[in-house]
Ligand binder design. Structure first.
Ligand code: HEC
Length: 136
């Protein structure tokens, strides 16, 4: 945090950011405990716009580069290749929960978690969106 900012900031101005931080923490915690299949709550049309809202940010992409990229760039062992939208659309057609389960549990030559032990379900959603080109 920048010192001059802190000095010029009254208590009132600091409170909202504390609330935002607390809210983000709560969201993170509930996201973790809410690993159950139904993530479409809140009235969003999640099933039809699967993966559309998950942008792959830098931290997700660095995990992707260390794990998924090993196979999904070259098509190793029949892995769907990044940007091969026809192949990805065919696979996405099975539905979000089903494809996520295959990533988490493994599927044929696709290893469980795609070798990314540090990945969360939301990371996988973003990675799939990136590879299928549905989150751009
Ligand atoms: C060791 C190689 C390998 C790695 C590493 C890997 N994959 Fe895969 N992946 C595959 C293969 C092979 C398939 C195709 C499986 C099939 O259709 O039989 C696949 C398929 C998939 C599918 C489609 C599954 C389906 O239902 O059709 C998704 C989604 C996927 N991978 C995501 C990921 C993600 C995300 C990562 C990184 C966290 C990752 N993969 C890492 C090899 C790999």
């Amino acid at each position: 945090m920048i010192k001059s900012y802190v000095m010029n900031t009254s208590l009132q101005n600091r409170t909202p950011s504390a609330i935002v931080t607390a809210t983000l923490l709560i969201m993170l915690i509930s996201a973790c405990s809410n690993a159950a299949p139904d993530r479409s709550g809140g009235g969003t049309n999640a099933s039809t716009v699967a993966f559309a809202n998950d942008m792959a940010d830098e931290s997700v992409m660095s995990k992707w580069a260390r794990s998924c990229a090993l196979c999904h760039i070259s098509g190793e062992a029949g892995a769907p290749i990044v940007g091969d939208t026809a192949d990805w659309q065919r696979r996405l057609a099975q539905g979000e929960q089903s494809i996520l389960r295959r990533v988490i549990e493994g599927y044929n030559s696709m290893p469980p978690l795609g070798y990314c032990m540090a990945c969360e379900e939301d990371d996988f959603r973003a990675m799939i969106g990136y590879m299928a080109r549905t989150n751009q």
